[in-house]
Design a protein around this ligand. Structure first.
Ligand code: T6T
Length: 335
């Protein structure tokens, strides 16, 4: 399988508004380097749909911005949809409804690595090219390409950040979403391996169903049972929001270190307020851009890079305004 690391994408030039399930028009289009063209020349204007993991999450907002930028540049149309919760039972009917419209390609962040296989197999069998973005399937062979963060490496970054903040002793807790999500499971694996080599006592993983209230209560009960708790690792936005609430309500904000994932506005605010010391920031803009590029390569018979891993960086109070971090803070409105 071909694999490459992501290159930085050009600056976003398009301006678009993301309104829940769609992107409103923007920016430039025209002859692309894939040969697809939005006007004249007789080349087909490809019709692409992006199905996100959940509506309203600025991670997917940024991913949609990147996808829209590539679609405009390469002369494709982009439609964006997503379920109300990160839940395969809500995402499956969206895939089925999209399939009925027979788009040329679908980019999708699957909400479960097993449950989303059957609806996508059906979609692929009708000839729609599928590009898995962010998350993946246990069996991704139906996809033309996969574009995701290097989540194992990013989980390791989080463990090293706990050690930098809190020293190399004490116990660490991981607050996760659900089993069956490829991204957060890989983050947990990367965190675990690094925490072990650092010498932390690992209290293991607690699942919260992406419910911040559950994440908060997991943190407060762990604090009561483990006074040596040095750090909490939260694997995504809502687990981080809940963990921050738990630390605040126990009077431990800033004392027990919180290292989260994602640069959604709530994660950035937690850093600014000193409740979280760092957030691992992914590059959803790059994922969306490169996902559309690979979809169009597949559609136009060009060589496809089957697996692309994008990078991550760490945001702290000290570097939040640094342009190399700032450009990757997530947003639902592109500029
Ligand atoms: O962390 C991201 C994404 O990578 C993950 O797959 C699901 O949660 C997020 O969308 C953040 O909320």
């Amino acid at each position: 399988m071909q694999q490459r690391r992501s290159a930085r994408i050009p600056a976003v030039v398009a301006v678009l508004a993301l309104a829940g399930v769609g992107v409103a028009g923007c920016g430039s289009s025209g002859k692309s380097d894939t040969g697809a063209s939005s006007s004249g020349g007789g080349a087909k204007k490809y019709d692409i749909t992006l199905i996100t993991g959940v509506k309203g999450d600025a991670f997917y907002g940024s991913l949609a911005c990147g996808a829209k930028q590539a679609a405009d540049r390469l002369g494709a149309t982009l439609n964006v949809q997503g379920p109300d919760r990160f839940d395969p039972s809500l995402q499956t009917p969206i895939v089925n409804a999209v399939a009925a419209k027979k788009p040329d390609a679908v980019l999708i962040a699957v909400t479960d690595s097993k449950a989303m296989y059957a609806p996508l197999k059906q979609l692929a069998s009708q000839g729609t090219k599928i590009v898995l973005v962010d998350t993946t399937l246990d069996d991704p062979s139906l996809a033309a390409a996969e574009v995701s963060s290097d989540n194992v490496a990013a989980g390791g970054l989080a463990a090293r950040e706990v050690a930098r903040e809190a020293g190399r002793s004490g116990s660490v807790l991981t607050v996760d979403v659900n089993p069956g999500i490829s991204t957060t499971a890989a983050r947990v694996n990367g965190f675990k391996a690094a925490a072990k080599s650092i010498g932390f006592s690992d209290l293991g993983v607690q699942y919260t169903g992406d419910d911040p209230a559950k994440a908060s209560s997991v943190v407060t009960s762990t604090l009561a049972a483990h006074p040596d708790l040095a750090g909490v690792f939260a694997t995504n936005t809502l687990t981080g929001e809940g963990a921050a609430t738990g630390l605040r309500s126990a009077g431990k904000a800033g004392k027990v270190r919180l290292i989260g994932f994602d640069a959604n506005p709530s994660g950035v605010e937690a850093i600014q307020r000193g409740v979280a010391q760092a957030q691992v920031v992914l590059k959803p803009l790059d994922i969306g851009y490169q996902g559309v590029e690979q979809a169009i390569n597949a559609l136009s018979g060009k060589p496809v890079t089957k697996k692309i891993l994008t990078g991550a960086t760490v945001a702290t109070r000290q570097n939040l305004d640094d342009p190399s971090v700032k450009r990757y803070l997530y947003t639902n409105s592109c500029s």
